[in-house]
Design a protein around this ligand. Structure first.
Ligand code: BG6
Length: 279
């Protein structure tokens, strides 16, 4: 079942229910803010004090950072403008009892052209089944080429940050955004302080191990991954986040960021795909 819901302030989202899972996707930002397999807990963390308001990005779930990751393009707002733009739902299909496919689309507008002077189509295809698949396709509809950085900025819900282990990034080159140093990741990742690194040359499955669950992340059309947790001090400074919220999540972002940027010539397209499952 697919239902369009509207909050009293006009904020709209899709609610998807099938035999395998449930999901909620806001039209603003094509932002998945809930995904839950039938017998399991929420996959994503969602801030209990997040705004659901047009013009403000939801804190949690999977914000889409596009057409710039972080401040990769310093002329654009942090993480671009897609996460606060209103997408249109162009297709909703119940493939079978266990699988629902939804497509949301954003194209250039007078407003976007003022920020970023390119014509484009950005489509997020989400497949909700016993796993979650997100395919973010960018098409260059302009005459001139453009450069793109992006991320599916997943906030994974944890029992506690002290239980989290990220596997699959060992020996990968990484840029530490806190020290501005590039080095090689030594071993699996655990967390006991602020962490903000961009890994490159990532070409295989990632595993997030929590106390009672194991999450598998497979990325295609991407060779960079961002791992982030704000820890105590930054968490206090973050918008729409309670002071101790850093304990409840880690972000593992499927990306094309920093040197893994994409250049699209006129009419070319690129798809960033992430498949997430509980194993
Ligand atoms: C991450 C960055 O991708 O996003 C962090 O690596 C940043 O540096 C975080 O703090 C959250 O960004 P924002 O714009 O949603 O507050």
């Amino acid at each position: 079942m697919i239902t369009i819901k509207k909050l009293s302030n006009g904020f709209e989202y899709l609610e998807i229910l099938n035999d395998s899972a449930t999901a909620k996707i806001a039209l603003q930002g094509a932002h998945i803010f809930e995904y839950k397999r039938k017998t399991q807990d929420e996959l994503f963390w969602l801030s209990e004090i997040s705004d659901f308001e047009l013009g403000k990005a939801i804190r949690g779930g999977v914000p889409i950072c596009w057409p710039s990751f972080g401040m990769n393009n310093p002329e654009l707002p942090q993480h671009g403008f897609a996460r606060t733009s209103l997408f249109e739902c162009t297709s909703c299909e119940e493939i079978d009892a266990n699988t629902t496919e939804v497509q949301l689309r954003l194209t250039h507008s007078e407003e976007s052209l003022k920020l970023w002077n390119y014509k484009f189509a950005l489509v997020l295809k989400v497949t909700i089944s016993d796993k979650l698949t997100m395919e973010l396709k960018t098409t260059n509809l302009d005459e001139k080429e453009f450069k793109l950085t992006q991320a599916l900025h997943s906030y994974f819900k944890l029992s506690d940050i002290s239980n989290a282990v990220v596997k699959g990034l060992e020996n990968k080159p990484c840029f530490n955004a806190l020290t501005n140093e590039t080095n090689i990741q030594n071993g699996e990742i655990t967390f006991n302080q602020e962490f903000d690194k961009v890994f490159q040359k990532v070409d295989s499955e990632l595993i997030l191990q929590d106390r009672e669950k194991t999450i598998s992340i497979n990325n295609e059309g991407s060779s960079s991954v961002v791992v982030w947790n704000p820890w105590i001090d930054k968490c206090k400074r973050m918008s729409a986040m309670k002071d101790d919220a850093y304990k409840e999540f880690v972000c593992i972002e499927s990306a094309n960021a920093f040197e893994d940027f994409i250049v699209l010539k006129s009419k070319q397209e690129h798809t960033l795909k992430a498949t997430i499952s509980l194993v």
